[in-house]
Design a protein around this ligand. Structure first.
Ligand code: UDP
Ligand code: MN
Length: 470
């Protein structure tokens, strides 16, 4: 057996991918929860559109940058997607900046998925002998890395032109910066590569689910003169980022008690900011990622077993002199509205894909419904302990107490019975206490919301995104 590594150009894609094709009659989504047939069709080094801002194309990157170890963990990844990920790294990076690619096979069913790629130049494969989950797998890869900078990627990415240099430049200048590319979208159905907006920051909601936040108008205006400037972000999306290796270790890597998937991006984001570092999105760096709607893998032990002790992590933060979470909320993510201790439910008030919306109206305006946008703003409501449904200091008010009465926004008044509401039927409806009528959207299009005799009608189903009384 030859141990001489092959160049990626000489790797036999058809042999490698051909062994796992979707057979006629099989569901192309079954294994990966994306369309594997479309993924398998593509060449391993297919071209993707250069989605960068024009200004990035003329930029000169420093030539003397530290080399990086690229760490990619995977569990049962489609071979074609995994291969495209590593080929795009090798093809789109200046060779001297990629010291190695460390593939951590998190106990995939077929050990050959990773092992065969180990024949390619620069690729090292580590295989877990049991399922560890992505956090411990990434730490294993990081521990094995020999370069001074770590680059983490998911196993279904495609790197774009000059993706690596701008990331390394920021970290070389300041080791406490943790930086990520703009994450472009690889369509999970047809694998088209689509550029993502450069006006987004990472954030989260109070279910601790990651979300993208649009920059405010002022933030966007401020960027117009300098569209290539780094974007400070409260949160990273997940597994695509570059971080100095020593700094990763100093800050405690990942919490090794975290299992399988999820939450680690919030945890590391809080920790970086609170402990003296910063998070940035670098607009001239673009990497595509296949976003999908379901996990293709199992959660051994279940997805609910999440309450392990965090004492050692708290002690570590103390040792590092980290700021409290309150500091993070006030200084890093001031845009996030923090639920009050007076709130019993909070967030968007959803009815299917629509949400209760002020429609930009103020006092005496009607309210309506609008497609949920997840961005707070006109769709942010709280149900408080004194039974008001509040948007800022405006309250949902029943104009009169008969069925068909319009709902208006009015300044909240402590003892106004027209403003008292409660959740009924497992928090799926809102009943006006004084009239026993229910909030109803059937005339939302014509005259705004009304109250009507309570019924099982879908027009009366409302759910807050966060219920704090549960
Ligand atoms: N992964 C892993 N072990 C696991 C779960 C996930 O190594 O137990 C890998 C997965 O193959 C992927 C990365 O971790 O490369 C992130 O997972 P995924 O892409 O499913 O997360 P998403 O991008 O959907 O948030
Ligand atoms: Mn992913």
């Amino acid at each position: 057996m030859s141990t001489v590594p092959v160049r990626w150009q000489d790797f036999d894609q058809d042999l490698y991918v051909g062994a796992t094709v979707v057979r006629p009659g099989q569901d192309p989504y079954a294994r990966n929860k994306f369309n594997q047939v479309e993924s398998d069709k593509l060449r391993m080094d297919r071209g993707v559109p250069d989605t960068r801002h024009d200004h990035c194309r003329h930029k000169q990157w420093k030539t003397e940058l530290p080399a990086s170890s690229v760490v990619i963990t995977f569990h049962n990844e489609a071979r074609s997607a995994l291969l495209r990920t590593v080929v795009s790294v090798l093809k789109k990076s200046p060779p001297h900046l990629v010291k190695e690619i460390i593939l951590v096979d998190d106990y995939s069913d077929n050990p050959e998925d990773g092992a065969l790629l180990g024949k390619i130049e620069k690729i090292r494969v580590l295989r877990n002998d049991r399922r560890e989950g992505l956090m411990r797998s990434r730490v294993r890869g990081a521990d094995a890395a020999t370069a001074s900078v770590l680059t983490f990627l998911d196993s279904h990415c495609e790197c774009n032109e000059h993706w690596l240099e701008p990331l390394l430049e920021r970290v070389a200048e300041d080791k406490t910066r943790v930086v990520s590319p703009i994450i472009d979208v690889i369509n999970m159905d047809n694998f088209q590569y689509v550029g993502a907006s450069a006006d987004l920051k990472g954030g989260f909601d109070w279910n601790l689910v990651f979300k993208w936040d649009y920059m405010t108008l002022e933030q966007r205006r401020a960027r117009q003169g300098n569209p290539t400037a780094p974007i400070k972000t409260p949160m990273i999306a997940g597994g695509l980022f570059v971080m100095d290796k020593d700094y990763f270790e100093l800050l405690g890597k990942y919490d090794m008690m975290m299992d399988v998937w999820g939450g680690e991006n919030l945890e590391i984001s809080f920790r970086v900011w609170q402990c003296g570092g910063s998070l940035e999105i670098i607009p001239c760096s673009r990497v595509g990622h296949v976003f999908r709607k379901q996990h293709p893998y199992t959660f051994p032990g279940g997805s609910g077993t999440v309450f392990a002790s965090i004492q050692s992590r708290m002690e570590m933060k103390k040792r590092l002199g980290c700021q409290p979470f309150k500091w993070y909320l006030e200084n890093v993510y001031p845009e996030l509205r923090v639920p009050d201790h007076q709130d019993i439910a909070f967030g968007a008030l959803q009815q299917g894909g629509n949400c209760l919306d002020t429609l930009g109206h103020f006092a005496d305006g009607v309210v309506g419904v609008y497609e949920c946008h997840n961005a707070g703003g006109n769709q942010e409501w709280a149900l408080t302990k004194d039974k008001s449904v509040k948007h800022m200091d405006l309250c949902l008010t029943v104009v009169d107490r008969t069925a068909g009465s319009q709902i208006k926004l009015q300044g909240c008044r402590e003892n106004d019975s027209r403003q008292k509401w409660e959740q009924i039927e497992s928090n799926s409806k809102l009943r006006h206490v004084g009239s026993n009528l229910c909030l109803d959207s059937h005339s939302a299009r014509t005259g705004g919301l009304t109250v009507e005799v309570c019924s099982p009608n879908l027009n009366q189903q409302w759910k807050f995104t966060l219920n704090l009384q549960l």
